[in-house]
Design a binder for this molecule. Structure first.
Ligand SMILES: *[C@@H]1O[C@H](CO)[C@@H](O)[C@H](O)[C@H]1NC(C)=O
Ligand SMILES: *[C@@H]1O[C@H](CO)[C@@H](O)[C@H](O)[C@H]1NC(C)=O
Ligand SMILES: *[C@@H]1O[C@H](CO)[C@@H](O)[C@H](O)[C@H]1NC(C)=O
Length: 203
């Protein structure tokens, strides 16, 4: 006579306890809520179509470089930074704008701006007039500057960031940093800025 297999004891199974049913229903409701919230957020995103605000260098000018007999360089330049908010429905607040201008790794000036707002679908330009402190050049650096003048191609580095707070419709506000890290090139002979990509926009 075959003994009953303990693995198939379906006939003697006890009914599922009530608390387990409740747990399953609660889990189902939570799962549905998460899915619906996801769909609503996604549709909201598509409707509002947010465009991430960004900063970029759009123009500049380098005044004639002055090197005195002792090998001390002074730089004066204009740098135009634009904060862009392409959103049609959200405005953006920029704060802690803080950029450092450097020459061959040596900081020569700091560009800061007070907090400001960029309204919907617009931009704000900051025209920074940068005046370096006197930079004593060692012979090698003097040589580099000389070479740059001969090649008519002078490079300054700009690094820094601004904080952005950005309200995306009713979905809440987003905070992030706009980073700039780029080389700015100029023709020292006439001070012209040579346009190159310098933007915090990831696109
Ligand atoms: C800008 O950033 C530098 C460091 O990167 C910091 O030393 C300086 O205090 C900052 N300036 C302002 C005004 O936040
Ligand atoms: C956004 O700005 C651009 C140009 O700056 C303009 O052509 C466009 O019509 C504006 N859109 C809205 C919705 O204001
Ligand atoms: C400045 O000089 C460069 C090269 O010497 C030249 O290509 C450029 O057109 C000049 N720009 C202006 C505004 O004269």
């Amino acid at each position: 006579m075959p003994r009953p297999n303990p693995k198939f004891s379906s006939g003697r199974e006890r009914p599922t306890p009530l608390w387990l049913w409740c747990a399953a229903i609660v889990c189902t409701i939570i799962t549905l809520a998460v899915i619906i919230a996801g769909i609503v957020t996604f549709i909201g995103y598509l409707v509002i179509h947010p465009r991430v605000p960004y900063v970029s260098v759009i123009d500049g000018h380098l005044d004639p470089l002055r090197i005195d007999y002792a090998g001390i360089l002074q730089i004066q330049a204009t740098i135009l930074i634009r904060a862009q908010n392409g959103n049609k429905k959200a405005h953006a607040s920029f704060s802690h704008s803080n950029y450092t201008l450097s020459l061959n790794g040596e900081d020569i000036a700091r560009l800061v701006a007070p907090p400001f707002e960029v309204s919907k679908n617009s931009s704000v330009d900051f025209n920074y007039l940068v005046q370096s402190s006197p930079i004593p050049l060692n012979p090698e650096q003097a040589q580099n500057v000389d070479t740059a003048l001969k090649r008519d191609y002078f490079t300054l580095d700009l690094k820094g960031s601004a904080r952005v707070r950005w309200r995306v419709g009713r979905l809440g506000s987003v905070r992030f940093l706009c980073h700039l890290d780029c080389h700015l090139h100029f023709h020292p002979s006439n001070g012209t800025y040579i346009p190159s990509r310098c933007t915090s926009n990831a696109k």
